[in-house]
Design a protein around this ligand. Sequence first.
Ligand code: AMP
Ligand code: ZN
Ligand code: FE
Ligand code: FE
Length: 292
Amino acid sequence: MRIDLHTHTDRSDGTVTPTELVREAVAAGLDVLGLTDHDTAVGWDEARAEADAQGLRLVEGMEISCRHAGRSAHLLGYLPDPGHGPLVAALDEVLRGRDERMPRIVAKLQELGYPVTEQEVAAKSAGATALGRPHVADVLVDHGIVASRDEAFDRLLSPGRPAYVARDAADLVAMIGLVRDAGGVTVLAHPWGRNGDGALGRDGFAALQEAGLTGIEVDHQDHDAAQRTELAAIGRDLDLVVTGSSDYHGTGKVDHDLGCNTTAPAQLDRLLAAAEAAQAARPTRPTRPTRP
Ligand code: AMP
Ligand code: ZN
Ligand code: FE
Ligand code: FE
C-alpha cells in the first residue's frame, strides 16, 4: 500500500493538470493520493473523476498558507467541506493576497532591470487559482535570467532577496479550527523545512494539538534524516499522526518525485478516522426550511 498525501497541480504552482496527476500517481504505483493545491479546492472534481475511473483512492485536501509566531507555516487540510462559508472566506482572503502581491513583485524585478511583465506572469499562471512565486520564477527562466525555479528563489524571490514581497496569510491556530469546523482534519506540512527550522519544539506542537491539529508531516524532502528521527519521536510522544509525502510539483520541483516519501497505512487510517469524527461533530443544519 503506497500512500502519498501532499501533491500539487497547475491549479496552483504544480505543472500537471489534476487528471495528469492522477494518471502519474497510478503509473508511480501509488494506491492513495492526497491532492493538496495551495489555498484552493478547485482541482478536486477533476481529480475525483479521473481517480474513480482509474480506481485510485483520492484524499481531497489543500495546503493552506498560514502564519504562526511571525513565521510562515503551511497547513495541510484534508476533507473539509469546500463550501463551508467561513473557510471559503478565509481562503478567498489568502488568494486575494496572492493576487495583490504579484504586481509588486513584478515592479521590483523591473526596478532591478529585469524585463518581466504582469502579462507574462498571467500567461504563465493561466488556469491557476493560486498565483505564486514559482510562476514568476518560470517567467524568469523563459527570459534566461535564471536557469531554474530554485535559482530564481535563491537569487531573487526568497525572503531577504531583492524581489521578495511578503503577503497576507491566515492565522495558523484559527485555521486549524476552521478546517475542523468544516469537517476536516489538519496536518502541519514540513514543520522544520526551509524557514521553519527549529521554530517549533515539542511544546509548540502540543499547543497546536490542543488547538485541534491531528498530525505532522515528518518524511518530507526538506527534512534531513536527523530531523525526521526527532520529529517522529515527538509525534510518537504526543500521539500525533505522522505522515510522509513527495510534495510533488510536476517539473516545478526537482527531487520531489511522486512516492519519494510515503505515509504508513495505519497513520492514514487514523487520519481518516479523525476526519470522520470531525464530520460527525459538525453542527447539523436543517435539510429543509423550517415552517414560518
Ligand atoms: P508562494 O506560494 O508564492 O509563497 O511560493 C512558495 C512556493 O514556492 C512553495 O509552494 C514552494 O513549493 C515553492 N518554492 C519555494 N522555494 C522553492 C525553490 N527553491 N524552488 C522551487 N520552488 C520553491
Ligand atoms: Zn508549491
Ligand atoms: Fe509547503
Ligand atoms: Fe506543498
